[in-house]
Design a protein around this ligand. Structure first.
Ligand code: GAL
Length: 655
């Protein structure tokens, strides 16, 4: 797969079978756009199997052959993301049941039951039919398993699967009762059959149950994906599979899913040019996702979808301005993408996505701006082929753990108005990105070796084994940053008894006394004791009061009953050091804080401070200098137009 960067799009020729002229033209235009791969037939089930058992694959064979003859490879989709009407009618069990226990009608997509044996069997027959016919075609380089896995089903089959999963996890009902603290509100279960998934008419107070349901849904989703993968591999053992994932998606633990696939990919739809964010902020938010999807496998990923122009489902459909498609494509590559693909190649004529941007619009022209810019990016990606496969150096890691997020956001208190877990992560990430530091994401199963800096924001659920890893990391010379609201509960969401942050008191050199929720806009002023810290900062969201047990306060609260307690503290822990942040501060604070933390610890991607809006990113021996702003920028002797990216290989400019 190395040796080139992939450029392409979702391709849905099943919508154009009555227009052979258009299918011919597609291939011609793809070549002009420097397309070398397409994700084929993602929603083509009703064309591939128009009636039960009647498989019609010849049209797809001629498409794959024609693409191959033109040098275009195929990322072949399994069509399980949307099932045909005949199936939904004949086998109601394939349709999902909502949390209110009402079964859905036929319609929409990505709403089938992941447990249903009928659905799994139909998928097996379809996937294996495709694999037998196309699995060894030299043009098929990858399998695109389904589309954007997500959602949950509450049918009787899923309830049973949930109970079986609980039996496996806990061994007995006593184990379940203990883990869920079921004495609360007289919830002891005496029979597994009494356990039901959360529902508006039923359970929504047992946090352990809710957490385990989320874990089960994630597990079942990945299990379904594995089913598809294994069906294909039964026919083609060497088949490579990928899954397209989503922005800040909550429903699946992507670290778990990533273990089961060959290639991670995600669908990237930032709203560039929105009035509420600077371009740099949008770029950083997008970069953060690229880094997450690089991290889940620790290897290059694909940006599987993005729009070359506009989406149609955001509140305002904003066009990418001239240059932005190229900027965002190169940005993906800078952060580890080996593929930049669009949704979609040719704009649909009807239904939900008829106004969604596509490489080829309804006008079918190749002289319009979108097509021309797409072709230009394709050309640049060809020039950047040496970047393909290049890994990123390990510098800093931010802990982002799905179970932690699920548990923390479900908890009642200390701030039901919203904890802003991603907002917290973004502040750390943005400051590191602005300082030119490469960031990976890790979870509580990850190996921390190789990192110099580990940041654990709001690690409310802290497993004993991970607390041990964090302690060892600091003791062996690592730098650790831990925030407020960490080390509160164990992996069953049961509160730790005794002093907290559990497992980290000796490392941080302090213990939590209290935590207070802040209303929106409410803050507590903090002042510096250490000259390298910002002179003052405002703490908000959640403000923690801690007692020092060996740590040095770098900033303290300066008002209310918090006055004098540490807002920022540092503790020498063995050969390393640990920092503690007692509240969420304004974004500028983090830039100064991380400048201090990273100084002499990590080498930034660019040796000198950069002007606002200019970001530097290192990917192995390549450095990308990006002007993420609407105005020209000057970095030493390098002039960058708005949205321009300069690329350097071992210091030599190559783009
Ligand atoms: C994605 C989806 C695509 C298409 C696209 C539109 O979420 O995977 O099939 O619908 O959105 O932006």
């Amino acid at each position: 797969m190395n040796g080139r960067l992939w450029h392409g799009a979702d391709y849905n020729p099943d919508q154009w079978l009555d227009r052979p002229d258009i299918l011919e033209r597609d291939v011609e235009m793809m070549r002009k756009a420097h397309v070398n791969v397409v994700s084929l037939g993602i929603f083509a089930w009703s064309t591939l199997e128009p009636r039960e058992g009647d498989y019609q694959l010849d049209w797809m064979a001629s498409v794959i052959d024609r693409l191959y003859a033109a040098g275009i490879s195929v990322d072949l989709a399994t069509p399980s993301g949307a099932r045909p009407a005949w199936m939904a009618q004949k086998y109601p069990e394939v349709r999902r049941v909502n949390a209110d226990r009402v079964r859905q009608l036929f319609g929409d997509r990505q709403n089938h039951c992941y447990t249903s044996p009928v659905y799994r069997e139909k998928v097996r027959l379809m996937d294996q039919t495709l694999a037998r016919r196309f699995g060894r075609h030299p043009g098929v380089v990858m399998w695109h398993i389904s589309n954007e896995f997500g959602g949950e089903c509450h049918c009787a089959l899923c309830q049973q699967a949930f109970r079986d999963w609980l039996k496996d996890r806990y061994g007995s009902l006593e184990g379940v009762n203990r883990a869920w603290n079921t004495k609360f509100w007289s919830h002891d279960y005496t029979d597994f059959a009494q356990i039901e998934s959360p529902s508006p008419q039923g359970e929504h107070a047992m946090h352990g149950l809710i957490l385990d349901w989320k874990r089960f849904v994630s597990h079942q989703t990945t299990d379904f994906m594995k089913w598809e993968r294994d069906c294909i591999r039964e026919i083609v053992p060497e088949a490579k599979v990928c899954v397209n994932m989503m922005y800040r998606f909550d429903g699946v633990d992507y670290f778990d899913m990533a273990k089961e696939i060959d290639l991670a990919s995600w669908d990237s739809y930032p709203t560039w040019h929105k009035p509420t964010q600077t371009l740099e902020e949008t770029a950083i938010d997008t970069a953060m996702m690229h880094d997450l999807f690089y991290s889940i496998k620790g290897q290059p990923f694909w940006q599987m979808e993005c729009t070359p122009s506009m989406t149609n489902w955001q509140s305002v459909s904003k066009n990418k301005k001239p240059g932005m498609n190229i900027f965002s494509g190169l940005q993906a590559v800078a952060h580890g993408a080996d593929g930049v693909l669009y949704f979609q190649w040719r704009q649909s004529r009807g239904a939900f996505e008829k106004f969604h941007g596509a490489v080829v619009g309804h006008d079918g022209r190749e002289d319009n701006r979108v097509f021309v810019e797409t072709a230009k990016l394709g050309e640049l990606l060809e020039r950047l082929a040496p970047v393909a496969g290049e890994r990123k150096e390990k510098q800093a890691a931010i802990v982002h753990d799905w179970s932690n997020k699920w548990a923390m956001e479900e908890a009642q208190g200390p701030r039901n108005a919203g904890l802003g877990y991603w907002e917290e992560i973004t502040r750390h990430y943005a400051a590191l990105a602005r300082n030119g530091i490469g960031v990976d994401f890790v979870n509580q199963d990850s190996d921390l070796s190789g990192y110099k800096l580990v940041v654990a924001p709001m690690l409310y659920m802290l497993r004993e084994d991970f607390a041990e890893k964090l302690r060892a990391f600091a003791e062996q010379g690592g730098t650790l940053v831990v925030t407020y609201w960490s080390g509160v509960v164990d992996e069953s969401d049961l509160c730790y008894l005794g002093d907290t942050p559990h497992g980290l008191i000796d490392t941080l050199g302090l213990r939590r006394l209290e935590i207070d929720g802040m209303f929106d806009g409410e803050t507590r002023r903090c002042v510096a004791l250490d000259p390298a810290m910002p002179r003052s900062a405002q703490g908000g969201t959640l403000c923690e009061v801690a007692a020092l047990e060996g740590a040095t306060p770098l900033m303290v609260y300066d008002e209310d009953y918090f006055k004098g307690s540490p807002a920022v503290a540092m503790h020498e822990a063995g050969a390393g050091r640990a920092y503690y942040l007692a509240a969420r501060f304004e974004p500028d604070f983090y830039k100064a804080f991380y400048a201090r933390v990273c100084d002499a610890l990590l080498t930034p991607a660019w040796p000198k401070p950069l002007p606002d809006g200019v970001l530097a990113v290192r990917r192995g021996r390549f450095t990308f200098l990006e002007n993420a702003s609407d105005v020209p920028a000057q970095v030493d002797e390098i002039a960058l137009a708005p949205y321009e990216t300069a690329v350097f290989e071992a210091g030599e400019r190559i783009l």
